[in-house]
Every structure is written in C-alpha cells, then in structure tokens.
Design a protein. Structure first.
Length: 277
C-alpha cells in the first residue's frame, strides 16, 4: 500500500478548527462531547497538548521527568498524561487556548513538512499493529487525531462541519482503514478470502483486505469477489472507528451499516478502533 501523505493538510485543518473555536459562545465551550468526560474546552486543550508535546519531544528532543512507569500499561499512561494536562489547563481562557493552538500548530506543521516520509517515526502506530512506523504513518495518525476531535466539537456545538469535504475527510478515512489488517489478525479464513469495506458519501471509497498464509494484507484492488462486504456512510464510519464499544452497542448505534455476504466474517469490522481508545 502506498503512503498517505498529509503533512500539507495541517495548516488547513487547523484554520478550520481555529475558525470554529473563535465562533463559539462562552456557554458552548462547556458543552459535553462524545469524547469520554470531555467538554468542548477539554478537547481543545487536548489538541493543544498533542501539538506542544510533539514540538517538545520531536523538534526539541526534550524528555520530561514524568514518563511512563515500568509497570504502567500504555493506555493508563496516556490517560494519566491527558488528565494531568486537561485539569491544569482549565485555568486557561478560551481566547488563550485558541492563540496557543494557532501558534503550536504552525510549528507542528512546519516540523511535519520537514520530515523524510520514509524515515523512522518516534512513535509507532499501535492501532495499526505497528511496532515501528515510518514518519508518514505517524504524521497521518496525528492528522486523524486533529480531524476527529475537531469533528467532535462540530457535533457537540451542532455547527455545520467544514471538514467533511473530500479534500480533508477522505485522507482521514483512508488512514483509519489502515487498521483493517490488524483488526482481522486473529480471524481465520481460507487463503485468498477478501473482505471489503465500502463507505458511501462524498468522502467515501472502498478498502479491501485479503487473507494470506498467516495474516491479512490490505490491497488496493480486490483480486476476487469479496466474501463479505461491509457498507456504511461516511458519518457512521468515523464514529465507529473512534470509540470502542461492544458489537451489540455498535449495531444499535449504527443501524444503517449493512453486511453483504458472510455475516460472521463481516462483523469483525465493528471491532476496528483507529485511535488509542
């Protein structure tokens, strides 16, 4: 599969985020979101944290003293970092947050554009099953973070989204789908079996994985008819892969999702989580 190069999209996605945040009323900053216990302001703060940490660690080579403990699971470590930052940054005004996001994201975009896409990344993309990632994939993962949290703010404030056009949304969905082979890693099937995910809408497309001898591999074009095709619209797609939930809860929340062909094989798509959640 070819790399997904999104470094040049960061200034645009940040501009859409900043415009949205500057349009909010004081009350809207404190609305709840679908992102766990976070308010709109908490999500904005979380996005700022990601940019500042990236600049500090990757651009400046700085390692803080409050790192991951030897016996600390990765998700516990990430949740602790997020909680520490979000609690402390609640002292910041919305105006200060927006100004800092604009400044930090400009530096982060410049950093990403300077990287060799095929060079070794400082962070592996665990949700895609990678223990070592190339820079393009790490940058792409950061893009999905920026995109989906911005979309959560649009949802929470009931504003019409400005980031669901194909230019900005399709790359995000394309990156999310890189989790398909890892999602199916424990699923048994005959060699050559094809599973297809079809997403409808302006930003949609078709993604395929094929069973090989000991693993699943993503392919650009299916070499045979899919044994199972999972169909959903683009709004359901980003929501499905950004929050872990049971199969039953997912079917209830997304009744529009259809599985054509092998139902048992296709339902594994509901297990896909393309974020660290």
């Amino acid at each position: 599969m070819p790399p997904i190069l999104v470094a040049d999209l960061f200034p645009e996605i940040t501009a859409r985020l900043v415009a949205l945040l500057r349009s909010l009323t004081p009350e809207e900053w404190h609305l709840p979101t679908v992102s766990s216990r976070r308010t709109v302001k908490d999500i904005a703060s979380h996005l700022l944290d990601g940019s500042l940490r990236r600049l500090s660690m990757q651009r400046d080579g700085y390692q803080s003293s409050g790192g991951r403990r030897a016996d600390e699971p990765l998700m516990d470590f990430l949740n602790r970092l997020n909680d520490e930052w979000e609690i402390g940054s609640r002292r910041l005004s919305p105006a200060v947050l927006v100004e800092l996001i604009e400044w930090a994201d400009a530096g982060m975009a410049k950093l990403f554009q300077s990287l060799d896409p095929s060079g070794p990344a400082i962070f592996p993309v665990a949700w895609a099953g990678e223990s070592q990632s190339e820079n393009w994939m790490d940058v792409a993962r950061d893009y999905t973070e920026k995109w989906h949290h911005t979309q959560q703010i649009f949802d929470a404030t009931k504003r019409a989204s400005t980031i669901t056009d194909r230019h900005l949304m399709y790359p995000c969905l394309d990156i999310f789908m890189r989790a398909l082979p890892f999602t199916y890693q424990q699923v048994a099937a005959a060699i050559g079996t094809i599973v297809t995910v079809e997403i409808t809408g302006e930003s949609g497309g078709r993604w395929h994985i094929e069973r090989e001898t000991s693993s699943w591999r993503q392919v650009l074009e299916a070499s045979a008819e899919a044994r199972s095709t999972v169909m959903m619209d683009q709004d359901s797609a980003w929501r499905l892969v950004t929050k872990r939930r049971s199969f039953e809860a997912a079917r209830k929340q997304f009744p529009d999702i259809k599985i054509i062909g092998d139902q048992e094989l296709g339902k594994n798509v509901f297990e896909m989580v393309s974020v660290m959640a």
